[in-house]
Design a binder for this molecule. Structure first.
Ligand SMILES: NC(=O)C1=CN([C@@H]2O[C@H](COP(=O)(O)OP(=O)(O)OC[C@H]3O[C@@H](n4cnc5c(N)ncnc54)[C@H](OP(=O)(O)O)[C@@H]3O)[C@@H](O)[C@H]2O)C=CC1
Ligand SMILES: C[C@H](O)[C@@H]1OC(=O)[C@H](O)[C@@H]1O
Length: 257
């Protein structure tokens, strides 16, 4: 037999930023593939909406309102998942934000907020979940949601870009250190997808034309097209992939001239 399993039946997953956008799509997609999913973000109402969709699929959820920039909240939420479900198989570090200031206008507060939300949170979540994956269930899968902005220069903010580049490098080092524990660490690098974070930008037709001009597939991605690669990296089918960033970008990062 040469086709490994993409099935996540019996797996437990944690998704940060699961209240809306890409995180909600990933959480639902992991549940559709069979996983039970713990949902983290700051807005409980959003998490409850995601939870009701997943529970209608017959999967379990844990609604865990959490500010992932705070170590104590990260520790408590990840401990709650381990206590309730006995293991953590999959962690998706998705929570993120952007303030699209030009470099000369970016403030120290903007730097700190973007760095804490996009990068520090992923490191803390990975530490807390990684300990459990190492000690309690002999391995796991960590998927960081980076961005093409960490690979090529975009007009969407230098601080954000720095966090995403750092996230991809953190992916490599954690993959090297934790491979011996059976923990795979990978990143996904999306180009634009329509979410609350980008809806204003994507409502501007001229901006969309600029996007399509550098996108070989000549269209904005659909969220299921981002969820598929996450399920692949979360499943046995991805068992020999680690330290990689998989760009889900319509070809944008290879667009030359
Ligand atoms: N949309 C796109 O085109 C692209 C997005 N990305 C990345 O994908 C990820 C998701 O983006 P997207 O879905 O568009 O963004 P959204 O703004 O739509 O959703 C972000 C999610 O993260 C949560 N979040 C934000 N800050 C925190 C925090 N401090 N603690 C816990 N949760 C938090 C939000 O919930 P709450 O505010 O309630 O806490 C929300 O659920 C981000 O990392 C982004 O950088 C990468 C490339 C392209
Ligand atoms: C592709 C980027 O990640 C995208 O650009 C933006 O302006 C948003 O912040 C998204 O993250």
């Amino acid at each position: 037999m040469f086709l490994p399993s993409f099935d996540l039946e019996g797996k437990t997953a944690i998704v940060s930023g699961a209240g809306r956008g890409i995180g909600r799509a990933i959480a639902i997609g992991l549940a559709e593939a069979g996983a039970n999913v713990a949902l983290l973000s700051r807005t409980e109402e959003d998490l409850k909406e995601t939870s009701s969709v997943i529970e209608n699929l017959g999967r379990k959820t844990l609604v865990l309102p959490t500010d992932v920039t705070k170590r104590d909240q990260v520790h408590n939420s990840i401990s709650a998942v381990s206590s309730e479900w006995g293991k953590i198989d999959i962690l998706v570090n998705n929570a993120g934000m952007n303030i699209r200031s030009k470099a000369l206008e970016a403030t120290d507060e903007e730097w700190q907020t973007i760095m804490d939300t996009n990068l520090k949170s992923a490191f803390m979540m990975s530490q807390e979940a990684g300990k459990i994956m190492k000690d309690q269930n002999a391995g796991g899968k960590i998927i960081n949601i980076a961005s093409v902005a960490g690979q090529v220069a975009l007009r969407t903010g230098v601080v954000y870009a720095a966090t995403k580049a750092a996230l991809m490098q953190m992916t490599k080092v954690l993959a090297m250190e934790w491979g011996q524990y059976g923990i795979n660490v990978n990143s996904i690098g999306p180009w634009y997808f329509k979410t609350p974070l980008t809806e204003k930008l994507l409502a501007d037709e001229a901006y969309v034309q600029d996007i399509l001009a550098v996108t070989p597939l000549k269209r904005i991605g659909e969220l299921p097209e981002l969820v598929g690669p996450v399920v692949f990296l979360s499943s046995d089918a991805g068992n020999y992939v680690t330290g990689q960033t998989l760009f889900v970008d319509g070809g944008m990062t290879i667009h030359g001239f």
